[in-house]
Design a protein around this ligand. Structure first.
Ligand SMILES: Nc1ncnc2c1ncn2[C@@H]1O[C@H](COP(=O)(O)OP(=O)(O)OP(=O)(O)O)[C@@H](O)[C@H]1O
Ligand SMILES: [Mg+2]
Length: 872
């Protein structure tokens, strides 16, 4: 919108269309001429005093500079402290009680458009020399009237807004005013539906819980109130990198903001914030708990418009990033009510926001934060139409998998096909020989894992040279604030999966324009995503170095990022808003679908097609990463990991549908059309009647055979020595199946593991002890299962084989030959021949050469070598 040269009629029409009153428009045009922005400014300023020349010569960001140069950007003065006192004393001190009414749920139909054309955030450089990244507080100078004696009280500055409005004024045309502020500060043409809903609740002084997809624009729901009122908005946020990112962006939009917490090196910022100097104050939950009294003073002196609790899933023990301090945030609701603070006219609203909350988590948030019964729930679709989800099988702990898994990525970034098998072999050899490059135990090993490896102690130490290189790289290439330490915030009582510390960042060599995804339309898979940045999430720090190292050897500009080395403002963690991330690669099992969806949500925030690929070892059961957990938390963590495992194993249902369903949403359309399952289709439906029958039959046999002598209902199985041991487990069921059925003698355990999941989902079997597990261990038949077994109908049992069953089908052959070999030993004649014959010698030789090749860099290899060493 450039109002300079357009005719008065055009400008009038546009202003009226924007919702301004005709007489206001006329007055504005008469005063400032037919210039759209100036007219908008004029109207917004209304009858306020103008004093654009009072702006202090403090550094401004490029966008603000541009605004100032194009518009006569007068600013309204912050009401002085005396005015605040006057207005507060003039208010009714009548105490109010909360009248409970039922919680209302608003479901906004269909996902909001993600196509943020003309987003100023993508058009403005991410850092600007004038954005003061090292100042730790971000003040648009026009907002801080440091030279006004009126606003200055004992050296303390008070927040100001260009559109400071009284409470009653906000109520009248708040929607229009909010839209105008949105346009002015953020460059967006209109508020999204859910943003209006959330703001509407706030205007009505109600608490609210805002549930909206990652990247949908939740931040604006709590940023606009600061602009509308001129009062301070206090935002509770879990990560310093996130607070830093948001403050920087607000500064670019001409809004003063600061963050408080252990990462804030400037002690004076807290004092200034509590004096009302900043419009938006970000604070970590631990810090806000000790600031209750200063905040009450702030509410009395300057006014607090809203408490926003961002990433509110951290409140809940049932969520993926539980933070104990978040749970204590009920103090905000308790201490800022009319009944405790006489000067308030209404309770200060609490707005909780998250993109990843299941139904249980939502209830827990409302309860834990003591939100009022009148809490408004604003719910939008969690569906992100431009995210292309897929799951691929990979032995992610083994560097030999990197070749296949990262080949395409390397080709995208280096723009050449460099990888002949020979070249790759050379690189892999180099990496294996590199002392820094050590293998680590995989997140995803089963208890019966047969290939677990670990690092030599000496290899585990990362050379200081490399660390130096990494921080140099990050300093050079990324917008880094090394003074900010995420770990200060996220350690201690934080019992979650530290998201930000496990990522790689690949920066593009050059950017390219990509088509915007038309909502609900099919996107052919061969569409290239171009070279926007890629984030690779891996489970351990060691693996960040490993994968980054590998990519760099092929010429990709990749760097490991984890909080121990450096914390960047674009840390790509929870809530971080970088528009053009094209690929999110999870390399190894995530710990929960919440974490997965949250991390995947960093992709495609500009609305363009982006890939979210999960590489996981589908033949193994994932394990929990070590963390301090109570028994209850451990069970919950297993439940979440199990859901994630099932997502990976699923072959029949659209990925996006599974994901949004997990968050309690009924997917409006049947398929997303772009995920791997939608594109390639599910595998062939199979009649698994025989398989299900033999499984349940074997289970029933074991139950009868090992019914324990004490007849207490517990079922035992025998170990090889014939001793009674624990309950019949999946393994013993599989052995029993092999004994009972020639047809299934060669079918491997992956098949049965998958089938057990299908039977469990059907309600035919259940976990026989009280433990929560990722995969069923002690199957027991349900009544339904027994009924199925006893039924003599010919009715088929159709099911889609799951991912592990498909893997099993592929490797069935080798197992079969092994099985034949094993069975052969039962025949005395074959046994004799083998012991004497060539066949045995060959196998022995092979085994011996295997010993020589033992990999001494792995724990297994060293143990094996030790055991096989002849005794002296
Ligand atoms: N009304 C709007 N019109 C157009 N674009 C918008 C609007 N509101 C927000 N956006 C865009 O949405 C992007 C993401 O916003 P934001 O960071 O608030 O997402 P979020 O919902 O908090 O995501 P997350 O759950 O990942 O934290 C912003 O960079 C902005 O470009
Ligand atoms: Mg956010």
């Amino acid at each position: 919108m450039d109002g300079g040269d357009v005719s008065a009629d055009h400008v009038i029409a546009e202003l009226v269309e924007m919702g301004f009153e005709f007489h206001q428009v006329n007055e504005a045009i008469e005063a400032v001429g037919p210039r759209l922005h100036d007219a908008v400014d004029y109207i917004l300023r209304g009858s306020c005093e103008l004093n654009g020349d009072e702006r202090s010569p403090v550094k401004t960001c490029s966008r603000v500079k541009q605004d100032i140069s194009t518009h006569s950007y007068g600013l309204r003065k912050q009401s002085s402290i005396t005015e605040h006192f006057q207005s507060s004393s003039g208010r009714s001190k009548r105490k109010k009680t909360c009248s409970p009414s039922s919680i209302s749920v608003t479901v906004i139909g269909g996902p909001e458009s993600m196509h943020s054309k003309g987003s100023i955030l993508s058009s403005v450089p991410e850092t600007s020399e004038s954005a003061q990244p090292d100042s730790h507080a971000y003040a648009y100078p026009g907002k801080l009237e440091d030279s006004s004696s009126e606003n200055r009280d004992n050296g303390i500055f008070y927040a100001s807004s260009s559109s400071s409005l009284q409470d009653q004024e906000i109520g009248l045309y708040w929607e229009q005013k909010a839209s105008n502020l949105l346009c002015k500060h953020f460059g967006f043409s209109s508020l999204k539906g859910f943003q209006k809903e959330a703001l509407g609740a706030w205007v009505a002084h109600r608490d609210s819980l805002v549930l909206a997809a990652t990247g949908s624009g939740k931040s604006l729901c709590f940023q606009i109130p600061a602009l509308l009122t001129g009062k301070v908005v206090v935002v509770i946020s879990p990560l310093i990198s996130l607070m830093h990112d948001q403050c920087l962006k607000l500064a670019q939009c001409g809004i003063s903001a600061c963050f408080l917490g252990s990462g804030q090196p400037d002690n004076s910022v807290e004092h200034k914030a509590m004096s009302g100097m900043y419009q938006i104050v970000y604070v970590c939950p631990e810090t806000v708990l000790r600031l209750i009294v200063p905040l009450q003073k702030l509410a009395e002196n300057c006014g607090i418009a809203l408490f926003a609790i961002d990433e509110a899933h951290c409140v809940s023990k049932w969520g993926h990033d539980f933070r104990p301090a978040y749970r204590r945030l009920s103090v905000l609701r308790e201490n800022f009510r009319v009944c405790n603070l006489n000067f308030l006219q209404h309770d200060i609203p609490v707005m909780a926001l998250t993109a990843t909350a299941t139904l249980t988590v939502r209830e827990d948030i409302i309860k834990s934060l003591h939100m009022t019964n009148d809490t408004k729930i604003v719910l939008t679709s969690f569906f992100r139409p431009n995210l292309r989800f897929s799951v691929k099988h990979s032995r992610t702990s083994s560097i030999s998998s990197y070749d296949d898994d990262f080949r395409e990525l390397i080709e995208v970034y280096t723009m050449k096909v460099v990888k002949s098998k020979k070249e790759i072999a050379v690189v892999l050899d180099n990496l294996q020989g590199d002392s820094d490059f050590c293998s680590s135990s995989e997140n995803g090993s089963t208890s019966d894992a047969d290939e677990v490896s670990s690092c030599d102690v000496e290899n585990a130490a990362v050379s200081s040279k490399k660390n130096q290189w990494l921080s140099d790289f990050l300093e050079d290439e990324l917008d880094v604030n090394q003074d900010v330490d995420d770990l200060d915030v996220s350690c201690g009582e934080y019992c979650g999966n530290p998201l930000a510390e496990n990522s790689h960042i690949s920066e593009p060599l050059e950017k390219c324009e990509l088509p915007i995804v038309p909502e609900g339309q099919h996107i052919p898979l061969q569409d290239t995503l171009g070279m926007g940045p890629t984030i690779i999430y891996v489970p351990t720090r060691k693996e960040t170095l490993k994968v980054a190292d590998y990519l760099r050897k092929f010429g990709v500009r990749a760097s490991a990022y984890h909080a121990k080395v450096v914390v960047a403002t674009i840390a790509f963690g929870m809530g971080i808003d970088k528009p053009n991330v094209r690929r999110i690669i999870h390399y190894g099992w995530p710990q929960s679908l919440e974490a997965y969806y949250q991390e995947a949500g960093r992709a495609g925030r500009d609305g363009k097609l982006s890939d979210c690929i999960l590489y996981a070892n589908l033949s193994r059961i994932p394990t929990l990463l070590p963390s301090q957990r109570s028994a209850e938390q451990t069970n919950q963590a297993y439940r979440m990991l199990s859901d994630c495992f099932r997502y990976g194993m699923s072959t029949a249902s659209c990925r996006a549908k599974t994901l949004v369903k997990y968050f309690g949403e009924e997917f409006s359309s049947d398929r997303c059309l772009i995920c791997d399952i939608c594109v390639t289709g599910p595998p062939e439906l199979q009649n698994l009647k025989d398989d299900a029958t033999i499984f349940l039959q074997a289970l029933a046999t074991l139950n009868t055979r090992y019914r324990n002598p004490f007849d207490d209902g517990t079922i035992y199985s025998e170990d090889r020595s014939g001793k009674l041991k624990e309950k019949a487990n999946l393994r013993s069921v599989i052995s029993e199946i092999r004994l009972q059925s020639q047809k299934f003698a060669a079918t491997d355990q992956l098949w049965w593991r998958g089938l057990a999941r299908i039977l469990e989902a059907k309600g035919y079997i259940y976990e026989g002890d009280d433990m929560v597990r990722v995969c069923i261990k002690y199957p027991e038949p349900t009544e339904l299962g027994l009924k199925f077994l006893q039924s003599e109908t010919e009715e088929p049992f159709y099911a889609y084989p799951e991912a592990d069953m498909l893997l099993s089908m592929n490797k069935c052959k080798s197992f079969s030959s092994f099985s034949d070999w094993k069975r052969g030993w039962a025949d005395p004649e074959i046994r004799r021949q083998r012991l004497q014959g060539k066949q045995f010698r060959t196998r022995k030789r092979k085994r011996r050469s295997g010993q020589q090749r033992r990999d001494l860099s792995t724990a297994r290899g060293r143990i094996a070598a030790k055991i096989s060493k002849p005794k002296q």
